[in-house]
Each structure stands twice: as C-alpha cells, then as structure tokens.
Design a protein around this ligand. Sequence first.
Ligand code: SF4
Length: 291
Amino acid sequence: MSRIPAAQQPLPARAGLAQTLEQLTLSASSLALLNHCPRLFRYIYLERLICPPANAFEHELERKQGQQFHRLVEWYSRGRAVEPRLASLDAEVRQWWQVFLTSPHAYPQGRVLTELPLWQRVEGFKLIARLDRLVIAPGSVHIVDWKTKRYRPPDSQLRNDWQVRLYPLLLCGVAELLPLESPFHPEQVELTFWYVQHPQHPFCLRYSAAAYEQDLAHLKATLTHLKQLQAQDFPMTAHTERCGSCLFRSRCYGLLPEGIPVAELLDWVWPSEALQLADSVRETESFSRLD
Ligand code: SF4
C-alpha cells in the first residue's frame, strides 16, 4: 500500500548538482535505480552522495568474489594461465572455477570478445553496457553475462530487467561495427545469464526485430520520463516500504521519520538495484572517455 507522507516535499534548490543529466552516462544499474526511487537516483547519480552500506563487509565479500570470478574468466578467455593464480583466490571462487570448467562456456565455439564496452546515444542521453563476453559465430551473436550471486531471480522478473533489455538493444545499435561474416539481423542475437551457483538453470533469451522495436520504444519512454522527473526535482518514491531500510531515509524524512511506520524501520540495507553502484560509477567514468 502506498502512502504519501507529509514530509514528501521537493528538496530546496541546490547551488548545482555534481552532474547534470546531459553529462550522465546511463547504464542498466542507473535505470533500475530510477525505477526504484527517483530521489535516490538523484542522490547517487547526480549529487553523488555515495555511502557504504551498514553491512558493508558482507557486500564487499560478494563484490570481491564476483570480481575475482569475472577476472578469472577474462584471463582464461584471453588465453592467459589461470592455474598459478588460483591459490591466492577465495575458496568459494576456486569452487566456482571448477564448475565453470565443466560448463560449455569453457569451450565457446566462435570468436570470443571479452569485457566488451558498448555505448550509444539515444534521445540525447549516453547509454553504456559492458558485456562480459560476446561470442560471434556464423549466424549467431551471443552475449554471455556471468552471475555469481546466490539468488537467481525468476524468468518473469528477468524479462523486465534493464540488463536484459539494454544489452541486446545496444548491441543491435553497433552491429555494423562487429566483425560479422554475414548481414546482421536482431534474430541472430542470443543472451545468456549464467549463474555459477545455479549452472543448470541459466536465463536464455533469443532476440528479434520486434523485441528491438519494443525495447527501443520502452527506453525512449523512460528517457522522456526521466526529463519529466527532473522538472519535478526527482520526487521521493511513494512506495514508503522501500524507505525503511534506505541509507538516505534521514535525508528524506529527518532524524525522526514520521512518514515511515516504526514497524518498517529496519537496519540500513543498500537497495539491491544499487549493489553494483561502485562498479558502475567506475565503469561510467572510464567509458565517458570514449565519447
Ligand atoms: S528514503 Fe525513500 S524516498 Fe528517500 S531516497 Fe530512500 S527510497 Fe527514496
């Protein structure tokens, strides 16, 4: 149930945001955060008020394990020796590596591009994606994304995930730059999210021209909405159940958060959409140089 607290007022105008919308590079993470709460989007991506989560250690370990696994696969894909590096890695990552070696992804058929950055302008906004792997084979352009988290969302949720929409969309936008042997069409694009903790249960999608048109229309509508939200000073979410554990609840509601029922006040937890924030901010900065 949505409640609009009395405290939900626009922020007073500030002398200047750290970034403007035009300077911002949008990614799947930032678009997901915009869905979650426009005000939180403003805090993080425009004002750049980044705070560590209360359970930072837990998230830091997850992040470090994910990074180690991604790096291992990258080394392997580039033909570098992986075995000498294993001893220094987290024990769980070493187990994941053994799972990876028994999967078909250890022996991709085709030309492999790894850690491939894509960027494109849409409606005046710069959009980016970084593909963990792209495998190009006759008649097939296959995006693969490694997932190391324990939770594997249901397919119904993943189909609406911004990564699922944005990766094939941006790939189609730069397809003429890819080293393809035959003319490109969106039906050649496949996408796989491979969950190392659920290796038998990947998420797989075959793209199409119709899906491309739909995703492009959805993206353009979201970007138009983003401009409207800016004109409204990025309102606080009406879903106050998202606020009880938000790191910025004191900033929105004051030290005595009258707008949030006491029962909904929880330990601070970073919203799941923002978990990749640190990485995406770094990613944004490096890709900006390509512009
Ligand atoms: S406290 Fe609520 S309204 Fe404020 S930033 Fe967090 S989620 Fe958004």
